[in-house]
Design a protein. Structure first.
Length: 240
């Protein structure tokens, strides 16, 4: 079995949460794209859904597969979002944004009654932070914003290199919203909530890749099959 097969297994299991005529948010990234591909096959077989993609990349894939699409302005309340994660811990706290779509992903997820994360087992960690935290920022005053990120993150116990993300052409990566992304190599994040609050104080920060208290369940594919972790906020998480 391979990581790719774990991704597909998680994506396939996530289809069991989808019901006819649901309004769905479609995530971005390698695992989320597997779900979109499987959903497209179900749509061709007769499943009726209406979907909001979280990126132009996902929109293009879903349109190619014939999945009915809408926008969050036309359909502001969604039943369910299925998306991937770069990291998740036992409390279903996430780091997202490796694909550059963290802002739209967070908007869509919070507009949904439920968010389900799909991932292979390598994304499950004891503590967040091995994956650099993406922080989306406006282009104006980008150096001042980086300085503020470094300073306030340090106040929250997080230190590390804050690097402007570059595209394949060597120029700064531009998000679908027209912004830049800093990738913050903080290492282990002992207090994600404190860091999240600190980053929200910075005017130039549009959003950060910490998804806290948003995911309702995680579907994780691994060598022993698929496991599901349900969120019990304020309680211990339970695997089923």
């Amino acid at each position: 079995m391979s990581v790719e097969s774990y991704k597909v297994a998680a994506a396939r299991h996530a289809l069991t949460f989808v019901e006819p005529r649901m309004r769905l948010g479609l995530g971005t990234g390698s695992t989320a794209s597997r779900f979109v591909e499987l959903l497209g096959a179900e749509v061709r077989a007769g499943l009726q859904v209406l979907c909001v993609p979280t990126s132009e990349e996902t929109r293009a894939l879903a349109a190619k597969l014939g999945i009915p699409l809408t926008t969050l302005d036309e359909t502001p309340l969604l039943d369910l979002t299925i998306d991937g994660a770069d990291e998740l811990d036992g409390e279903l706290r996430l780091i997202k944004g490796g694909g550059g779509a963290l802002l739209r992903e967070k908007i869509v997820a919070t507009a949904s009654d439920r968010m389900i994360v799909i991932a292979d087992v390598s994304k499950k960690v004891d503590k967040l932070g091995s994956f650099p935290l993406p922080v989306e920022v406006v282009r104006f005053g980008v150096t001042a914003t980086r300085n503020m990120i470094e300073m306030l993150a340090a106040d929250s116990g997080c230190n590390g290199e804050v690097t402007l993300r570059l595209g394949r052409d060597g120029n700064p990566f531009i998000t679908d919203g027209g912004n830049y992304i800093f990738d913050c190599a903080f290492g282990q994040i002992d207090d994600p909530e404190s860091l999240d609050e600190a980053l929200k104080f910075i005017p130039g920060v549009v959003e950060n890749g910490l998804f806290l208290g948003i995911a309702d369940a995680a579907v994780i594919g691994g060598p022993e099959g698929v496991s599901v972790i349900e969120a019990r906020y304020g309680e211990n998480q339970e695997a089923v």
